[in-house]
Design a protein around this ligand. Structure first.
Ligand code: NAP
Length: 247
């Protein structure tokens, strides 16, 4: 049984999809969980559901690619929770297109929201975690960052960058007992993959050894492990949750 009682956690992009599932799973294990989202309504809904588990929660409105928003978000978080034990960098977007047609704005927004956001949040989290001599940082990457994917140059580059950031911070922070790991989901049933045509989903499933898409719960279980003391000797790793797609 994983016990996160009293752990102060922050999940970015926790209003829906995988982030919401992670936030609820951490709360079920006893953690107090703040959610940030660009849409305050969805963050507030997740926060209300966390409070139903009897945990403390907080809905924060922030664009995680904006340094000012991130700084304000961390101040509010630390004012309310007093410490930071777990940070999950989950917020992410796709703006797909083949390279010759990819617009600068699509490259820039994906790199900013998927990668710069994690840099900004890790920079803020490092100070309270170093002071406390402990913490867990979990970055939600993607198998696409490991293997590439036609039509996703921006997304694959952002997720590969996130893996490089994870390994570097794992080395920088290891002596302070701060674990930094990445989870690389394969294809998971959320709004992000709902955009795919039934044919695309079928051909994807055929490439997965387990022959099905994963669920947000599958990703949340991996995050729960990495947020817990069960993973205290695990750092700088990329845990694929992908039905065997990449091995
Ligand atoms: P999703 O359903 O689209 O949810 C993404 C969440 O991030 C939403 O709550 C969204 O808020 C929030 N967000 C977007 N931009 C933001 C910003 N600038 N600031 C703060 N929050 C922002 O996506 P998902 O499928 O759950 O994906 C979650 C993570 O898993 C992403 O990093 C994604 O790349 C990764 N992933 C997903 C899959 C998959 O198959 N689904 C596979 C591999 C990796 P709004 O509701 O306001 O838009």
């Amino acid at each position: 049984m994983i016990d996160l009682a009293g752990k102060a956690s922050l999940v970015t992009g926790g209003g829906r999809g995988i982030g919401r599932e992670i936030a609820l799973k951490l709360a079920e294990a006893g953690a107090d969980v703040a959610i940030c989202d660009i849409e305050p309504e969805s963050a507030q809904q997740t926060a209300a559901d966390i409070e139903k588990h009897g945990r403390k929660s907080l809905a924060l409105k922030a664009d995680v690619s904006n340094a000012g928003d991130v700084s304000t978000m961390f101040s509010s978080f630390l004012d309310a929770f007093g410490k930071m034990d777990v940070l999950v960098n989950n917020a992410g977007i796709t703006r797909d297109g083949l390279i010759m047609r990819m617009k600068d704005a699509d490259w820039d927004s994906v790199l900013a929201i998927n990668l710069k956001s994690a840099f900004l949040c890790c920079r803020e989290a490092a100070r309270p975690m170093m002071k406390a001599r402990g913490g867990k940082i979990i970055n939600i990457a993607s198998v696409v960052g490991l293997m590439g994917n036609a039509g996703q140059a921006n997304y694959a580059a952002s997720k590969a960058g996130l893996i490089g950031l994870t390994k570097t911070l794992a080395r920088e922070l290891a002596t302070r007992a701060i674990n930094v790991n990445a989870v690389a989901p394969g294809f998971i049933q959320t709004a992000m993959t709902d955009k795919l045509s039934p044919q695309a989903k079928e051909s994807l499933s055929a490439r997965i050894p387990m022959q099905k898409l994963g669920l947000p719960d599958d990703v949340a279980n991996a995050v729960l492990f990495l947020a817990s003391s069960l993973s205290d000797y695990v750092t700088g790793q990329v845990l694929a949750v992908d039905g065997g797609l990449v091995m």
